[in-house]
Every structure is written in structure tokens, then in C-alpha cells.
Design a protein around this ligand. Sequence first.
Ligand SMILES: [Zn+2]
Length: 381
Amino acid sequence: MLRRNLVELTVRPGPPARPCCIAAEIDGTEYGVGAPWTFISGEIKPGEQLMTGPASAKVGAMAERDGDGWIRCDQGHRHWGRFGAAGLLAYVPAEDGPADDGAAAVLLQRRGWWVHHPGTWGPPGGAMDSHESAVAAALREAAEECGLPPDEVSVGGVLRDDHGGWAYQTVIAAAGSRLPVRSDSAETSDVGWFSAAEIGRLALHPGFAGQWPLLRTALVPLTVIVDVANVMGSRADGWWRDRAGAAVRLHGELAALAERGVPALPASVPAPALERWFPAFVLVLEGAARAALGDLPAQPAASAGLPLAGMQPAGPPETGPPGPGRIRAVAAAGSGDDLIADLAARLPGSRLVVTADRELRDRCMAAGASVAGPSWLLGLL
Ligand SMILES: [Zn+2]
């Protein structure tokens, strides 16, 4: 007997689900791992397995993977991912200088014929588990489905498409090169790096197609260059008694900000609105504050995402993955302003300089950087 109103999934013969991914509980019996079928959207059809199930059926959860399952959003769509879904939009930045029009290459996968919107291209992604952040889920899915190593990309931002009751979050991440990838799961039939022109000729997943015009404008690394002396001087916390100690405190606050991300950029930055940005931070120290370098925690290696060739990192090399937040302090041998203006001119991608110094602001803007006052940054701490 067909009970189509009770079961929001179809059971259809096909490639097995990836391990620990999908499970269903019907009348006390669990199906999923190792079963010769997988679930896709739709109605149960006569002649398929599980047609004589009980009056209740639900998509269940494996212990460590509780996000798999269908949910209906407030707009009436049915979506995969009980706690929302996330995908990783990995890209290789264009090499020909800052302010370039988007990325040189973007990683996309083609979905197998047995999933929702079969045969279309989009970022690797899937259901978020209840304990996962969007960043963690997107990196995990890209590793599972495409073999993309999570430690070799730098997360730069998250775009949230909120349907009410369900959301899809696209995690944008820069890669240093077209990393080797492969189709690693039954859900992926093909995978590769594509230029924007090539993407224009692909059959895209409709959800991704709707967001691609905005997403492509966000595929530029962003570095926030902090004029530490100027920012410290704009709040009366006793910095003048111990400049190095105040610089260490500011570094700690900015490290926390780098980890949690920035909800909005100043209007001066030519970038789209995202749910959250994860810029790299460079703190420029000068004068007595340079002594802070000896008291700072380990800094990320230059290869961890910060394009800081030619500068001496302070402290011992980092031992673990950098995570979304990346922060580095550099000491100016001479004028701090000269170093800031130089960084504003030659760091790749978008640069945002935080200072209230009018002359320095003019120099940085002439170098193609955006500027913001200390109050913008301090308001985020
Ligand atoms: Zn929806």
C-alpha cells in the first residue's frame, strides 16, 4: 500500500549512500549504511522497496551525523539538511594584481543523476550537522566529495541564503593553486576547476546559479592593514604608559575578531554584503610598540594564506592550521606610515587600511586601497 503522504522521500535503486551519511528508520528498522539504494526527493513509487512500511517513517540520524534529512522551509520548498546546508566555493585568485575582476578558477562538482537536480554543477556541499559551523561543514563536504584538503584553503567569507527555517551557506575560500581534486563520493559524478567564462557555459544547479552573480564579485582575498599606533591612540585605555602592552592587548582582541569574522565591511570597500567576512589582518607596529613582537603568540606562516613575502614573521612558526582567522604583526624598521603605504600598494587582492591619519589615508587610497577610521574597527571588538 502506498502511503505517499507519510513519507517525504523516495527509495530508489541506485548507488549506495556514502558511509555514515543517510539512514531511515521505519517501524523500528534502520536502513542506510550499506543499503543498495539511496533516498532522493519525491514520492514513494509502487514497486520499490519499503512500500509496506508502517504509518510512520522518518529520516533518522546516525550518531555522529544528525543533519541528514529533509525539511520544509518557510517558503514551502523541501530541502536536504535538517539544520541547514553548506557548500564550499573554492577559488584561485586571479594573479594579475589587485582589483581584478574575480577569480582565475573556481572548483565545481557535477551532481550524480540520483540526487536533487541531477547532472547540474555547483560547489561541493551538503547537510550541516547540529554541532557544526557552516565553515566546518563546507570544508568537510569538500574533502569528502572532492578530496580537497581543508588545510590548503583560506576561508574568506560566508554568504547566507536564508529561506526561513532553513538556510544554505556558501563558504568562500581561496586556494593557492588548482589543487588536485577527484570525485570521491557517489553523489559526485565529476569535479574540476573552471574559469568564469567556462562557468557561463555549464548547466548550473539553480540555487547556485541564482547566487553566482553576487558570489563572483566576492572572490577576492581581503587584507585589513591596521595602523596600530593610530588605533591605540584613539581610545584612552592607558596605552601611553605601556605601548608594547597595549599593542599585545589589541592583537589579542583582533585575533578573536579574525576568528569570529566581520559582519559588515565599511562602505568604502568594493565588495558585496556577506553574512560574514574573514579577512586577513596585518598589524603594523612602530616605535616602542615594536617590543610587543616578543610577547605575541605564534603567527601563521606566510604560506597559510597571507601573501607577505619579503617580511619577517615574528615569533615561532605556527604549528597548526590557521582556521578562518589569520593575523600577523609586522614591525616597521623605519616609518610605520611608509610600511603601511607600501603594504597598501603591493598586497594582492583588496586592502583596507585602518587609520585616521589624513596624509596616510591619501597615500593608501592613491595606492588603490580602501580606508576606514579606527572607530569602525574598535566598534567590532
Ligand atoms: Zn526554501
